[in-house]
Design a protein around this ligand. Structure first.
Ligand code: WTA
Length: 674
């Protein structure tokens, strides 16, 4: 705790930033939340009288086929949270049909494929037709309300169309990030019992071709539940293997479907989607979000946090395989009838000007990205920014990891030209939408702080040692939420007790975020990273435990421990410490050791996915352990971070003699090479 207190005092020294004049001047119309007083008044009502607050907003922002009879019920103690009871609505209708009816020719999606010259846009009317055709295909295959359908597609409009088509017929989508391996896809498809998988023949990323369908075939080998695979022809390579009867090309089957298929009404509390995410232990969890509450908070947060107007153009650079893509590339902007840019490639392809050309080409007003991409550009691609006119930008968002104050300043100056509002949005897969975040233009911000709670969120800082909430300002501890909010995850798919154990039981009566945080003198929040064994590499949420499980299976490994350390480029990086089996490899033979380490990395890439590869693998003779045999990861973290002075109390360690050996191993195998 003592280090956290130092951090609170540091946080107290940071000065407020006001929204720039240009932000207000460039708005199409006045702000949705005009000032701090309005924010405070709305916030207070959202906490003290959520029935009135959300009852009115739910009617204003969503189209209901049948009105709800009760705004909310349930609480964090029982884990029986529900919102908008008895209400019926359809998420696809809200994101597509109603806008297609009102403004058929308005742009809904902008596609920026890997090949830049092939960018295009589609209108709400076109989107409606495309979605209906896929919905018709799914229905013809017997997919019904409540069935789960997996989507394993790159960041293309087809991913969005597939998700909306699934929602249209009341089915439940489970998007699996297309960077996951065949094995990870399989685990997720099996856990969710998916009947259908929607994918593509091959993907393109950074000029490279990825054999997506082959990965799907490998993953689905022996998976009985999947009877059909819908294959979007992304490259049209005729050599891609199709299994007759099971696999069908998207264009061929869609051609046989009507252009209009009615929406299937869903209850507000029916599941809209599952999204798998990593925790401290065990297999990834299928976090369940429901139609009404999730969609409402997607709309409200997009509207108020970004001050998004209907004529704006929203560019979320994150992938639809993660929650940011779900909420802020799809459901948020489309529910508001605003155009969303779907970007398939990388910030570096074909060169570092790509983001800025996209913004310039489509006159994007909002740009939302993870700090990791900004760090990369700052390091190698900064010179490109000034070459483009990106003055259409009004709001710059940051998501997924803490943004350090110096990077915040850089983002503000180099990308925003000191003319934009910066919103550092803190949230999680489980929260569905923003938890702690500035509202563009409504109140001052502080570089490095996610600032104040979004409507409906009552944050609590808890002392992890006593489990007691720390009241007042100038406190640090773990972050929890003591209110329920419409888009909080309702359960873990088929495992409600895991939901209770992970989120609601650690501190009774609170939702536990898993993050450390401080509240400064002004009541502003500072997120301090995870309090558990989750690491955040380039904005990808990974469990060190999952990586350890893979490495432990390797025949040459006796034992291993993975930790997250700070990294200049990726935010955090995974370092794996392994103790080797007798004779597994001669670590003094450089080429043999390199090949051995490569085999370990390949194992992680194959089982989880390339993005989970450890940055370094360090062989040690012994791992530090407590007397009861628990690996002391804290000690490894301090050694690998070169923070020996903070190594702390070693009196519980059973084998202190290993410490100098580990230091020597880190020095020779890691620091030398860094
Ligand atoms: C971290 C991503 C600091 C945090 C939306 C959280 C952040 C985890 C921020 C969730 C932020 C996300 N500042 N940390 N602005 N945003 N995080 O589920 O540790 O992929 O618990 O959702 O990312 O990651 P997830």
């Amino acid at each position: 705790m003592s280090t956290n207190h130092v951090e609170v005092h540091e946080a107290n020294g940071v000065s407020f930033r006001q929204a720039p004049e240009h932000f207000f001047k460039s708005q199409p119309s006045k702000s949705y939340i005009v000032d701090e007083a309005q924010y405070r008044a709305w916030y207070d009502q959202s906490i003290n009288d959520p029935e009135t607050f959300y009852g009115a907003l739910a009617k204003e922002y969503l189209h209901w086929d049948k009105p709800f009879t009760k705004v909310r019920s349930g609480d964090l103690t029982n884990g029986d949270i529900s919102w908008f009871l008895q209400g019926e609505l359809n998420a696809c209708y809200n994101c597509v049909d109603r806008h297609a009816f009102a403004n058929p020719d308005k742009i809904a999606l902008i596609s920026e494929p890997d090949e830049e010259s092939e960018a295009y846009s589609i209108t709400f009317q076109q989107l409606l037709e495309k979605v209906c055709k896929v919905a018709g295909v799914l229905q013809s295959w017997g997919v019904k309300k409540g069935d789960t359908v997996a989507v394993y597609l790159p960041m293309t409009p087809e991913a969005v169309i597939a998700m909306l088509a699934i929602a249209r017929i009341g089915a439940v989508h489970s998007v699996v990030f297309a960077g996951f391996s065949a094995g990870s896809l399989k685990d997720r498809v099996v856990d969710a019992g998916c009947k259908v998988v929607i994918t593509c023949d091959e993907a393109k990323r950074g000029g490279k071709t990825i054999n997506t369908k082959k990965i799907v075939d490998e993953g689905l080998n022996g998976v009985e539940s999947v009877s059909k695979i819908l294959v979007y022809k992304r490259t049209g390579n005729p050599d891609v293997k199709m299994t007759p009867g099971r696999d069908h090309y998207w264009d061929e089957v869609c051609a046989n479907q009507r252009s209009y298929v009615p929406c299937v009404p869903t209850n507000a509390e029916d599941p809209l989607f599952l999204l798998y995410t990593s925790g401290s232990t065990g297999q990834p969890k299928g976090v369940v979000h429901t139609v009404g509450g999730y969609l409402l908070n997607a709309a409200l947060s997009t509207r108020f946090v970004f001050d998004l107007h209907p004529e704006d153009v929203f560019f979320t650079a994150g992938d639809v395989g993660w929650i940011t893509g779900h909420t802020y590339a799809l459901y948020g902007p489309l529910s508001l009838g605003t155009a969303s840019i779907i970007f398939e490639s990388t910030p570096a392809y074909p060169d570092y000007g790509r983001y800025w050309r996209i913004i310039n080409r489509w006159k994007a007003t909002h740009f939302y990205v993870a700090p990791t991409a900004m760090r990369l550009i700052k390091k190698v691609g900064e010179a490109e920014i000034a070459k483009y006119d990106i003055s259409s930008l009004r709001v710059l968002g940051s998501v997924g990891e803490p943004i350090q104050p110096d990077l915040w300043e850089w983002y503000n100056e180099k990308v925003g030209n000191n003319n934009c509002c910066i919103v550092d949005t803190y949230w999680q897969t489980e929260s569905g939408a923003h938890l702690i975040t500035p509202l563009a233009g409504a109140f001052p911000t502080k570089p490095g702080s996610a600032s104040l709670p979004f409507f409906g969120i009552a944050p609590a800082i808890i002392d992890p040692a006593t489990g007691k909430e720390l009241e007042g300002n100038d406190v640090a501890g773990v972050l929890a939420v003591k209110s329920t909010w419409p888009s909080v995850a309702r359960t873990v798919y088929n495992d409600h007790s895991r939901y209770m154990d992970t989120y609601l039981k650690p501190f009774a009566g609170y939702y536990f975020t898993g993050d450390n945080a401080a509240r400064d003198n002004d009541g502003y929040y500072w997120i301090r990273g995870r309090a558990d064994d989750v690491v955040n590499v380039s904005g990808h949420r990974l469990s060190t435990n999952e990586i350890e499980t893979v490495l432990d299976e390797h025949p040459g490994v006796t034992e291993c421990a993975c930790i997250g350390i700070n990294d200049d480029l990726t935010g955090q990086a995974v370092v794996a410490f392994i103790s080797l089996k007798e004779g597994a490899c001669d670590i003094n033979n450089e080429s043999e050791y390199a090949a051995f380490k490569k085999s370990l990395v390949m194992e992680v890439r194959g089982v989880i996915g390339p993005f989970a590869s450890p940055k370094a693998i360090i062989a040690v003779s012994d791992l530090p352990k407590t007397r009861s045999g628990k690996i002391m990861r804290r000690v490894l973290r301090k050694i690998a971070s070169n923070e020996m002075e903070q190594i702390g109390d070693l009196s519980t360690m059973a084998n202190p003699e290993c410490v100098p050996k580990i230091i020597a191993a880190v020095d020779s195998q890691f620091f030398v090479k860094k």
